[in-house]
Write a protein of this length. Structure first.
Lengths: 539, 843
């Protein structure tokens, strides 16, 4: 062992530790200062966000380190023991760590100014950094127990963030429903791990040499474990019946939503990606997960369009995107899932940060130009879509194959619908047309580079659950369902029947403010208390 | 009719009775009148795109302030007077009588100033009170979600007939109504009638509301969600809705509320029979004009239960004491000797600012910076414009909400600039189309999944830059915007103005402008009209920071039009005929004061002749130096264009007075940015018409702003907009806090408090004090002519002081036109009130 390699190993370890510990130190510091509360403002908040950013910086350096020197493991204790506490830095885990750290640091920077005078800023930063640190640990843990612990830590952190300002309307109710739903997933994961261990499965996620471990007990225990992992993923990603909590969380300040939508709900996908070797042996469980998340994605995408508020729309958009993401994980489109996870995180962070900018000022809309004839619109759409797809394919082929051919279909539909909408509003003349085509091609090229590079980088090391039963083309089913729901809900006769549902969707139970008494069950003999105050959410 | 709720078996009989009632068409008219009467409790709520500050109790102005508060306290459950904590350590000269403090021994927080139980309640509130349920809140949530869906266009398929018709179509399938209303409730829906008026009638009968209580119950219903009721009130009265939102009318809104309530209560378990707790009638005072109103009209007196009249309104004494303190300080400042020179001799330029309190500091700085003279007028420069931006689809009303625009003006390309102007329009359309493309992909059921990830990779660098370096990001975006769509080519040229008026009509408007500013002689070579606006980012309340006199728009365009009008030779000839001679060498220019950054920008710089352009540039430069980094800009906050900035500026916090008078009264005195300053010269106004216009225009605007600040800081939980950090933009019309609920009214806590959980506002809640440097006789003549002014001054909505050094001292007006001399020695406010009208000015 040469001294040079020792130095490099120490530096790598320091990077990994720094990336992981940065948010935790910030969380601890912010929590201490929240308890001490010497000042009304938070003078040290800049320090805590700087710590989070240094963690993000370490994560970026770590990506370079892994790219140059390959993956490595950092273990606490002797290397011969079955490693319980330790983290692994391979291509997948450092990518996840980097995304989580950058999103977390962004939210911290934004929140520090957004909540500058808010008395709960320090608690917010503590909770947010706990979420970020925990999600980093979930992304990199070497053993199941460590992963489960970090998983629960992220829940705790988010509940702190959510409950920072219980005086705001709806926060108490949102905290309650979130706590219940996330607890279901956390308990499922905990129970699954215990069961797995009792049945003699290895708790290691990473074996000697950093290879993925795939040994697991056969039979019922394995299926049960897969079910419990799926429940955990569905609860964290707010799918199906476990998704009610997500729309209620917009009661918390904007940065809390940004953190949740970009850094926490994608935990379900991260879990499935990391445990892919374990759950791959239970294809029917994965198929059921796919079905549930797919239906959920299609339904919430339909409901998204009926939301009257900006944040309500974003919440339902996240529900459908997470459904799609879980689908991708469940059927072996792992690379596509990773791309989606990263892209969606930055997309939602930006949208939540800018969610206040949706009040149109009168007089700002330009005259709408006359729409060109349908034929011209169709031609423009075809040309724009075709050329952008070509550019994307060209950039893909420079790096790596497309993540999944079926996804090219989604991209094509997205480009086509965008180009169609454009063609209806485009001003006459060559310049706007060239501008649009150029912008679209640049976007397609950049996107192709991003996805292609990501595929080349992490693709080969991704674990997969794909089997003949589970194949990415199943995603076409989700698309078909979403399309059917969308077309159906636009038919007047159907729509009229659904409107009551649309009005009620996402608004939560109406009786949350009641002092736990349902008027239908009121018995005349009940002694009537006198309620004198207006009942509010805080009651 | 007995109060209480009908059991299900009585339903049929009740419906029959309702049918009989319906036959009486006269009753429909009565009901409409009652609805209008009930709606006095809420103020119209303009959409946030052009937010208008309004006194939330404006329609109660026929009552004196204290009576209006007493009424609002029972219906809206507001406090109405500042709590003891509102003034903090600010010393009052005469300490107010001991008032109970919240949180003090034996008094739980939140109870001071609140009745133990409310005399006026809706049927669902009554049910809740007796049964301990949460039906009223559930009703609010349901109606709010319904209105939100309606306004957002979700109910497009069924909305042709208005909100109530949409409700009829949708309610039977709303799972919440099915759950809470049960079989009886759902059965009821189809029998409530087809029109909203029918529905209100039948629901009121079903709910057992006496006709005598109708106004108060309807008012309480509206008051439970002042935001939605205010939106409906705005929409019902709006003379020209500027957007294409589905129309939500007040009658429909009430019909939906009452119908939903009837359905919910039909599904609720009937309350046990037995003597109900006694209800107390709702209003306290005897009417000022007996017999004038109908039965149940607001302000109509009925007996107040014993025990409630004796309690003095909490906080009233403190309010009066602090108003007195502020008034004495201000009048003392204004009486200080020696006064500066009457008017600067030969100023380099004259600048007309908006009356906005934020102009006060700017004017002082500019006057210190050089030989400049400043004036204050309402920021629309007396030009009630309907303004169309170049290439824009909509017109904007650039005038106070109390006026109706009489002039239409459109931006057109300057001569020879048709091509660049066309390019600019196409670029804006291109950006709009790009946004449409994004929305098209986002709303596509399949494309949305791929869009999220593609857009994420593209927006990540933007998000990073805007978060980590907001200042450079803003400058970059501005440069990009300028490169894409430069302003220079779209000029504003009056010679080819697409206007309805000719020179004489414009000239009359210009005459009004110059006379009300008191600028009728001694013109400087350069006269600058300076509007104001605030450049902020990601701010739903952006329009609340812009010019209130311009209808919540930025004031630059009104200034541009004013400069263009006065540059017109025909207008100047007309002015000369009316006695205002503007020298040929005088040039009029336009500028805009960005209140968020405290900077001044010239507008249409390229249109000025070269020497005037030089002078104007010098003016802007000396203003920038005077407010440069060496001098601390007052009350400035961090980068206003940061998208993470919730408080880009303090705006009008602290506003307390309107001073109408010549500049030498206030020049050189730091008034702390608390005063609206309107120029006025008695010599120009022998018959009081100018004064009348000022009192009916700028004074009302100032009062609305002041009253909005007052009530939002006194009752932030009911008449304030809540915390901006949880604001959620709804369909472009307003914001709700969190997931759903009522539309926000008033101002957010960030505009009023340092910390969102503070109890002491930064804005000191005081009623407006109008200080008018004019003879008392002239003021009384004007007040006698105007019922509205009588209401405001006699009802103590606005305090009035008049006189000034030129008149031999200040006098204060008490209700009824009793004037009382003010003197600095007896400034304790303990001067014995003199009953005599127009007493001799002391000193």
């Amino acid at each position: 062992v040469s001294p040079g390699s020792t130095v490099s190993a120490v530096a790598s370890d320091a990077c990994l530790l720094g990336a992981l510990l940065g948010p935790f130190v910030a969380a601890a510091g912010a929590m201490v200062s929240a308890v001490v509360r010497r000042h009304r403002t938070a003078p040290l908040s800049r320090l805590w966000t700087s710590l989070a950013w240094s963690g993000a910086l370490f994560a970026v350096v770590l990506v370079a380190r892994v790219a140059l020197g390959g993956s490595f493991v950092l273990l606490a204790g002797r290397a011969t023991d079955p490693p319980l506490f330790g983290v692994v830095a391979d291509r997948l885990t450092v990518t996840l760590l980097g995304v989580v750290s950058i999103v977390g640091a962004l939210v911290g920077s934004y929140a520090r100014r957004y909540l500058a005078v808010d008395p709960s800023l320090r608690r917010f930063l503590a909770g947010a950094n706990l979420v970020v640190g925990s999600m980093g640990l979930v992304s990199t843990a070497v053993s199941l127990p460590l992963l489960v612990g970090a998983w629960i830590g992220a829940t705790v952190g988010f509940l702190v963030v959510l409950g920072c300002r219980p005086d705001l309307p709806g926060v108490v109710a949102a905290s309650r429903v979130t706590r219940r739903n996330l607890a279901v997933g956390d308990l499922a994961l905990l129970a699954g791990t215990v069961l797995f261990w009792r049945e003699g499965g290895s708790l290691d996620l990473v074996g000697p040499g950093g290879r993925l471990v795939t040994t697991a007990p056969r039979g019922v225990a394995e299926t049960l474990f897969a079910i419990l992992v799926a429940v955990a993923a569905l609860s964290r990603s707010a799918q199906g019946p476990l998704g009610r909590w997500l729309p209620s969380t917009v009661a918390a300040p904007t940065p809390a939503s940004a953190l949740l939508h970009a850094g926490l709900v994608n935990g379900g996908a991260i879990l499935l990606l990391r445990l892919a070797p374990f759950v791959a042996h239970a294809p029917y469980v994965l198929l059921a997960t796919f079905a549930l998340a797919g239906v959920s994605a299609a339904v919430t995408a339909t409901l998204m369009r009926e939301q009257p508020t900006v944040k309500g729309r974003l919440a339902f958009s996240t529900l459908s995107q997470m459904g799609f993401l879980v689908c991708e994980c469940a059927i072996g489109a792992e690379l596509a899932a990773l791309v989606h996870l990263i892209g969606h995180a930055f997309y939602k962070v930006g949208l939540f940060f800018g969610s206040g900018a949706h009040i149109p000022r009168p007089g700002s809309r330009p005259i709408r130009p006359a729409a060109p004839p349908i034929v011209a619109r169709a031609a423009l759409t075809a040309v724009a879509t075709g050329s952008s797809l070509f550019v994307m394919a060209a950039t893909f082929s420079g790096f790596h194959a497309s993540p999944a051919p079926v996804l090219d279909g989604f991209v094509a539909v997205s480009l086509a619908s965008g180009a169609w909408a454009w063609s209806g509003r485009c001003p006459p003349g060559r310049t706007p047309l060239l501008f649009f085509l150029l912008a679209l091609l640049m976007a397609a090229g950049l996107d192709g580079v991003a996805i292609g590079a990501l595929g080349a980088w992490v693709g080969p090391s991704l674990p997969t659950v794909a089997t003949p039963l589970l194949r990415p083309s199943l995603l076409a089913g989700v698309a078909a369902l979403a399309l059917a729901l969308s077309l159906g809900s636009r038919r007047p006769a159907v729509r009229r029947r659904l409107l009551g549902l649309f009005v009620a969707a996402g608004r939560g139970p109406v009786m949350v403010a009641a002092p736990d008494r349902d008027p239908r069950q009121l018995r005349p003999e009940v002694t009537l208390p006198l309620a004198t105050r207006r009942d509010e959410d805080a009651a | 009719m007995t109060p209480g709720f009908p059991a299900r078996e009585n339903l049929r009989a009740d419906l029959l009775r309702a049918d009989l009632l319906r036959a009486d068409l006269l009753r429909a008219d009565l009901l409409r009148a009652d609805i209008d009467e009930a709606a006095r409790i809420v103020a119209p709520l303009w959409p946030l795109g052009a937010a208008i500050a309004v006194n939330p109790l404006w329609d109660l102005r026929h009552l004196p302030f204290d009576q209006a508060i007493a009424y609002a306290r029972e219906i809206l459950h507001v406090r109405g007077y500042p709590p003891a904590t509102a003034f903090g350590a600010r010393a009052a000269p005469d300490s107010p009588p001991e008032t109970p403090r919240e949180g003090g021994p034996g008094i739980p927080a939140g109870t001071v100033g609140r009745e133990p139980s409310w005399a006026v309640e809706t049927p669902s509130e009554r049910y809740d009170r007796l049964a301990g349920t949460g039906l009223a809140a559930a009703l609010d949530r349901m109606v709010a979600s319904f209105c939100a869906a309606y306004v957002a266009g979700v109910l497009e398929a069924v909305r042709s007939e208005g909100l109530y018709a949409a409700w009829l179509a949708v309610a039977p399938r709303d799972p919440r109504i099915r759950r809470l209303g049960g079989r009886a409730g759902c059965h009821l829906i189809s029998r409530l009638g087809d029109t909203p008026i029918d529905a209100i009638h039948r629901s009121l009968v079903l709910l057992g509301v006496n006709e005598a209580d109708r106004v108060s119950v309807l008012a309480r219903h509206l008051a439970r969600q002042p935001g939605w009721a205010g939106h409906a009130k705005w929409r019902s009265a709006s003379r020209r809705p500027t957007d294409r939102l589905p129309a939500l009318h007040l009658v429909d809104y009430l019909a939906v509320r009452l119908a939903t309530e009837a359905v919910l209560l039909a599904g609720a378990t009937p309350l046990p029979s037995g003597p109900a707790p006694p209800r107390t009638p709702f209003l306290a005072r005897p009417s000022r004009e007996p017999g004038a109103g109908r039965r149940g009209a607001v302000g109509e007196g009925r007996d107040r239960p014993a025990g409630t009249t004796s309690r003095p309104p909490v906080g009233r004494e403190a309010l009066i004491a602090h108003e007195r303190r502020y008034r004495d300080g201000l009048l003392a400042t204004l009486s200080l000797l020696p006064t500066p020179a009457r008017r600067p001799v030969d100023p380099d330029a004259q600048v007309l600012f908006c009356i906005d309190p934020r102009s006060e500091g700017a004017r002082r700085r500019l006057e210190e910076a050089g030989p400049y003279e400043t004036f204050g007028v309402a920021g629309f420069f007396s030009l009630p414009l309907r303004y169309r931006h170049f290439g824009s689809a909509d017109e904007v009303e650039l005038c106070p909400a109390i006026l109706t625009p009489t002039r239409r003006v459109a931006e057109i390309p300057a001569p020879g600039a048709a091509r660049p102007a066309g390019r600019r329009l196409r670029r804006r359309q291109t950006l709009e189309a790009a946004h449409a493309a994004y929305k098209g992909a986002r709303d596509d059921p399949v494309g949305t999944f791929a869009l999220a990830e593609m857009a994420g990779f593209l927006t990540a660098p933007i998000t990073l830059t805007k978060t980590l370096a907001p200042g450079p990001a803003r400058r970059l975006a501005e440069r990009l915007r300028h490169a894409l769509a430069p302003d220079r080519f779209v000029t504003f040229d009056l010679a080819t103005l697409d206007s309805e008026g000719d020179d004489e009509e414009w000239g009359d408007l210009a005459w009004t402008l110059l006379t009300s500013a008191g600028l009728t002689h001694d013109f400087a070579p350069l006269v600058v009209f300076c509007g104001h606006g605030s450049a902020t980012e990601n701010n739903p309340y952006a329009s609340a920071l812009d010019c209130g006199a311009c209808g919540g728009q930025r004031g630059g365009n009104a200034a541009r039009v004013a400069a263009a009008v006065l540059g017109r030779p025909g207008v100047r000839r007309h002015l000369a005929r009316r006695g205002i001679h503007i020298p040929a060498r005088t040039t009029f220019a336009a500028a805009e004061h960005n209140t968020a950054t405290g900077t001044l920008h010239l507008l249409d710089h390229h249109l000025l002749p070269s020497d005037a352009a030089e002078q104007a540039t010098a003016l802007v430069r000396s203003f920038a130096e005077a407010s440069g980094p060496g001098r601390r800009r007052p009350r400035r906050v961090a980068e206003p264009a940061d998208w993470a900035q919730l408080r880009p500026e303090w705006a009008l916090a602290g506003n307390a007075a309107l001073i109408v008078g010549p500049r030498h009264l206030t020049a050189g005195r730091d008034l702390g940015g608390r005063c609206f300053l309107h120029s006025y010269d008695t010599a120009n106004d022998p018959d009081g018409r100018v004064l009348e216009a000022i009192l009916l225009g700028p004074l009302i605007v100032a009062h609305w702003i002041n009253a909005q600040y007052y009530f939002s800081s006194v009752d932030p939980e009911i008449l304030g907009a809540g915390d901006k950090s949880v604001h959620n933009v709804l369909a472009g019309v307003g914001v709700v806090s969190g997931r759903d609920g009522d539309l926000a009214v008033g101002l957010p806590v960030q505009s009023l408090f340092v910390h969102p959980t503070d109890t002491r506002p930064v804005h000191e809640p005081l009623r407006l004090l109008a200080v008018v440097a004019a003879p008392i006789d002239r003021l009384e003549t004007v007040i006698a002519r105007q019922e509205l002014l009588r209401q405001l001054f006699d009802g103590e909505w606005v305090h009035l002081a008049a006189g000034g050094p030129d008149e031999g001292g200040w006098s204060l007006r008490a209700p009824g036109g009793h004037w009382q001399a003010w003197s600095a020695d007896r400034a304790q406010g303990s001067a014995s009130p003199r009953g005599a009208t127009r007493s001799d000015p002391a000193g």
